[in-house]
Design a protein around this ligand. Sequence first.
Ligand SMILES: *Cc1c(COP(=O)(O)O)cnc(C)c1O
Length: 389
Amino acid sequence: MHNPDFTLSAGPTFASARTLAALGSPIMYHYDPAFLATFHRLEGKVKQILRTNGDVILMQGEAVLGLEAAARSLARPGMGVLNLVSGVFGKGMGYWLRSTGANVHEIEVAYNDAVDPGVVAGYLDTHSEIELVAVVHCETPSGTLNDVARIGPIAREHGCLTLVDCVASVGGTPFEADAWHLDVCVLGPQKCLAGPAGMSLVSVSERAWAAIDDNPQAPRSSYLSMLDYREQWLRCGKFPFTPSVSDVFGVEAACDQLLEEGLDASIKRHEQAARVCRTGVVAMGLQLWTCREEIASPTVTAIALPAGLTDVEVRTHARERYGVMLSGSQGAGDLIRIGHMGPSTRSLYPIVGLLAVGRTCADLGVPVQIGAGIEAAMDALASNQPVAT
Ligand SMILES: *Cc1c(COP(=O)(O)O)cnc(C)c1O
């Protein structure tokens, strides 16, 4: 099968020529001074992107590695943990947390909704045994955002640590690890940064390190170990194992492009693309999946599937007939997603996504107002303020 003409997925997103060139740089010995300098520089850049002065560890594996490592490092048998579930990734975090023997409480809402920070505060008021709150910022499969800016300070006021899955939000929506009192944050390079998928970029506060130190079950001498990174790399300059040199070069190039553009400009670019996309969806006569537009993530638009269609049918048709790769629901519900994440926020990409979804629905027998949708979306796009390109 030929390659897609347009990748409008919710990650991995398509890397720039500059990132691809960096990925293709000559591979070096990992203790070469030039590589060591690169690795240290990348830590600094990730700190800027996560907005933290705390430690950052660059784990060598897709973001699920960092998430599982963080869950197993922080949670211990009998510990009171509050897991917030508004989608597939929050649900999955609960399985890891429970498998540590922690006493896991959950606040779960429908997957087209977000967790109310007031409910979190109320729960923590009446459950003083909770020591850790886990939350997903952007629940990518359902296209929603949890209000981590409010949940972080609420957790801190109650003396709890936070574990935040910000894999798919950073770069596309405001995120402040230190200002929001977030203890462990896990970012993936393959979403808004449009880098390779092979690393977990993890911030760790002093408070989190203290809790991990005290956890006899925290992974040690393990691929999942955060402590190995601190003890061997941060303290002694020895890698726990060989990092993928190419991924490090690729992720650094992706970070450079984000920092050169500026985080604020990147966030604005995502917000504007989201507005264009959602304006078009509604004007076409399709329905947004999220129950309220305020909780919709600027990085991806989830569209409720018209009755009678499945996400597999829609995605297959859009890909085969029009060369456009969309994202499915990953089990979040009856929805299809247009990613406007990283490079697909630019230019006419959101319009291409709308055309692919609209015309696919029409081809499959569902009446949609494609012309009206595109017209409204183009009006929204034309009224956008220019952002750095
Ligand atoms: C992409 C993503 C991850 C990484 O998980 P994969 O299933 O391996 O892509 C984790 N959390 C969130 C919220 C994500 O969007």
